[in-house]
Design a protein around this ligand. Structure first.
Ligand SMILES: Nc1ncnc2c1ncn2[C@@H]1O[C@H](COP(=O)(O)OP(=O)(O)OP(=O)(O)O)[C@@H](O)[C@H]1O
Ligand SMILES: Cc1cn([C@H]2C[C@H](O)[C@@H](COP(=O)(O)O)O2)c(=O)[nH]c1=O
Length: 211
């Protein structure tokens, strides 16, 4: 059974870049590594509905924090069989966002902290009701909000398919989400957490291997 690692952080923190670096590094070393990215746009009806809401449509839906969280959670429930298959066939599965994203963004949107009602609601729904696997480790990319927002903005300028959604444009939301993530990590919510990186670091994946 492979190790399950969830990479977390605000929009533009560098999760995808880190996941890609880790996969390449570990694959070169002979490990079998797989990844899954959430939400699974274009593979999941619920993720696509959430994306529509995030990019401007369905404002009424977006305004319901619990409805949005449920869409993301259903996407993961539908991916459960695939995730378990990947875990049994690989040494490691690296997740680019997972349940902690739902907990952190939902809490931030409601102005709650890691002790708030919605964190408990999300974890009960996803881990207890849906029975999703709990990560063995969380890696939190904890970088200053301004840096993350700047990265997401330049990415959108250079790649039209990565236009910023409503969450990415909301500086306060990103700031609050970063705080909830830190809070979750400090409280050891669900598993051990490692906090990584405050500066731009193209060699982060290499550094991580050395830790
Ligand atoms: N360590 C780094 N130093 C400098 N730039 C970086 C670093 N990591 C990522 N970037 C750049 O920042 C941008 C966002 O990175 P990436 O797409 O990996 O973030 P993300 O956390 O997956 O974002 P999102 O959650 O919004 O999908 C990209 O253009 C990427 O090239
Ligand atoms: C998986 C997941 C995501 N979110 C939020 C976080 C992001 O702002 C958007 C979309 O994610 P992307 O990485 O920009 O594609 O949705 C969430 O609130 N709950 C989740 O479970």
């Amino acid at each position: 059974m492979g190790v399950l690692i969830a990479v977390e952080g605000v929009d533009g923190a560098g999760k995808h870049t880190l996941v890609t670096g880790l996969v390449n590094r570990w694959a070169t070393q002979g490990y079998r590594v797989a990844t899954l990215t959430f939400p699974r746009y274009s593979e999941s009806v619920t993720a696509d509905i959430a994306a529509e809401a995030l990019h401007g449509q369905h404002g009424d839906l977006r305004s319901s924090v619990h409805a949005m969280a449920l869409l993301f959670a259903l996407d993961r429930r539908d991916a459960d069989a695939e995730l378990r298959k990947l875990l049994s066939a690989n040494d490691a599965v690296i997740l680019d966002r997972y349940v902690a994203s739902n907990a952190a963004y939902s809490a931030a949107r409601l102005g709650q902290d890691a002790d708030g009602e919605v964190v408990d609601w999300v974890s009960t729904l996803e881990f207890e009701r849906f029975g999703l696997p709990v990560p063995d480790h969380h890696l939190l990319l904890d970088i200053p909000t301004d840096v993350a927002i700047g990265r997401a903005r330049s990415r959108a300028e250079n790649d039209a398919s990565r236009a910023r959604d409503h969450y990415e444009r909301d500086h306060d939301l990103q700031e609050r989400t970063g705080n909830v993530y830190r809070d979750l990590a400090e409280r050891g919510w669900m598993s051990p957490w490692s906090s990584l990186g405050t500066e731009p670091d193209p060699d982060l994946a290499d550094r991580l291997i050395a830790i």
